[in-house]
Design a protein around this ligand. Structure first.
Ligand SMILES: Cc1cc2nc3c(=O)[nH]c(=O)nc-3n(C[C@H](O)[C@H](O)[C@H](O)COP(=O)(O)OP(=O)(O)OC[C@H]3O[C@@H](n4cnc5c(N)ncnc54)[C@H](O)[C@@H]3O)c2cc1C
Length: 289
C-alpha cells in the first residue's frame, strides 16, 4: 500500500507543465484529484518516477457558458458541479451524474478532467459527455486541439490524449430550447462504480417530435459506448413510449457487457434496456418542462 518513490513537480503554468511532461516522457504522470491515480500507485499498478501536479495551474477551474458552449475547466471538482446554479438550472444530466459519483469525500477532490482522461469505462462522466456531444480540449507541445468525444476513448484506460498532452477543458454545445437529459446508474451500494449506467439527452419540438438524441452507456464494454442505432431510431419520430422501448432494445443490443462480480452479462443487458427507458423518459419530461 506504499507507492514507489517519485519526484514531485508542481508547475505554475500550462506551458511549464508541458515542458516537464515532454522532458520526462512516459516516466511522468499528471496528478489532478488523485482519486484514481493514487490508489493505482499504492498497489503499484502505476509506478511513475515523476508526478506533475497540475492542481495549482491557474484558470482551469470554471463552469461557464461562452460562444455557444458550456465550458468546464479540467480541474473543476465534482462537488463544484453539484453546487453550480448553472448546472442545476440547465444541465440536469450533468448534475445527476456528478451526484452519483463515489461519495462526498471523493467528489471534493476528483476532477471532471481526470474522470475523462483516466479512460475508465466504469467512470460516469464519459457516457454523459457522449450523450451531450461534448468535445475535449487538449494542449500539448504542438498547441491546442479539440477532440470529439466519440473519438476520445480508444480502449480500456486509453484515450486519444497523446504523451505530454493535458486535458484543459470540456466543451458542450448549449442545447436548444426543448432539450432535456438524465443519467441513471445501477450500483450495488452507494459510492460503488456502476453495474450499468445510461445517460440520455434529447431535443423535442412543439409537436413532440425528436430532433436530436444522445445516448451513452457506462461499464458495459471495453470503452464507454455511444448507442448510435438507438439514437438514430428516435430522430424525426414522435418520442412516445413505444419509440423509447425500441430505442432501449437497440441500446441493449449495442452494449457488450461481460459477466463479473457485479452480475452476469444477461442481467446487465436487461439493465441497459431498463435504464435506457428510464433515462429517455426522464429526459423527455425535462425537455417538455
Ligand atoms: C472510492 C472511490 C470511488 C469512486 N467511484 C467512482 C464512481 O462511482 N464513478 C466515477 O466516475 N468515478 C469514481 N471514482 C473515480 C474518481 O471519480 C476519480 O477521481 C476520477 O476518475 C479521476 O479524477 P482525478 O481528478 O482524481 O484524477 P487523477 O486520479 O489525478 O488522474 C487519473 C488519471 O488521469 C490523468 N489525468 C488527470 N487529469 C488529467 C488532465 N487534466 N490531463 C491529462 N491527464 C490527466 C492522470 O495522469 C491519471 O492517469 C471513484 C474513486 C474512488 C477513490
Amino acid at each position: 500500500m506504499i507507492p514507489q518513490s517519485f519526484e514531485y513537480l508542481r508547475p505554475k503554468t500550462v506551458s511549464e507543465a508541458i515542458t516537464l511532461l515532454e522532458k520526462h516522457g512516459e516516466a511522468a504522470k499528471i496528478l489532478s484529484g488523485g482519486q484514481s491515480l493514487i490508489p493505482l500507485m499504492k498497489v503499484r499498478l502505476a509506478r511513475p518516477e515523476y508526478i506533475v501536479d497540475i492542481n495549482r495551474l491557474p484558470d482551469l477551474q470554471y463552469i461557464k457558458e461562452e460562444s455557444g458552449f458550456l465550458k468546464i475547466g479540467a480541474l473543476t471538482r465534482e462537488a463544484e458541479l453539484e453546487a453550480s446554479e448553472l448546472v442545476r438550472a440547465k444541465y440536469p444530466v450533468i448534475l445527476d451524474t456528478a451526484r452519483l459519483i463515489a461519495d462526498p469525500q471523493v467528489r471534493n477532490m476528483a476532477t471532471v478532467g481526470g474522470n475523462l482522461a483516466h479512460g475508465d469505462p466504469a467512470n460516469d462522466h464519459p457516457a454523459t459527455m457522449l450523450a451531450l456531444g461534448a468535445e475535449i480540449v487538449a494542449v500539448g507541445k504542438n498547441g491546442e486541439r479539440a477532440i470529439p468525444i466519440n473519438e476520445f476513448f480508444l480502449s480500456v484506460f486509453t484515450t486519444a490524449l497523446e504523451q505530454g498532452e493535458i486535458l484543459t477543458e470540456i466543451r458542450i454545445p448549449i442545447p436548444p430550447s426543448g432539450s432535456g437529459g438524465a443519467y441513471f446508474k445501477l450500483e450495488r451500494k452507494v459510492g460503488d462504480f456502476a453495474t450499468v449506467g445510461v445517460a440520455a439527452q434529447v431535443t423535442i419540438d412543439a409537436a413532440g417530435v425528436c430532433r436530436r438524441a444522445g445516448i451513452g452507456l457506462t461499464n458495459v464494454g471495453p470503452i464507454p459506448i455511444k448507442a448510435i442505432r438507438a439514437e438514430q431510431s428516435l430522430i424525426a419520430k414522435n418520442l412516445d413510449d413505444n419509440q423509447i422501448n425500441q430505442a432501449a432494445n437497440l441500446a441493449a443490443e449495442d452494449s457488450q457487457p461481460s459477466s463479473d462480480l457485479r452480475g452476469p452479462a444477461k442481467y446487465k443487458l436487461a439493465m441497459v434496456r431498463e435504464l435506457t427507458k428510464r433515462a429517455l423518459t426522464r429526459a423527455r419530461e425535462r425537455a417538455r418542462s
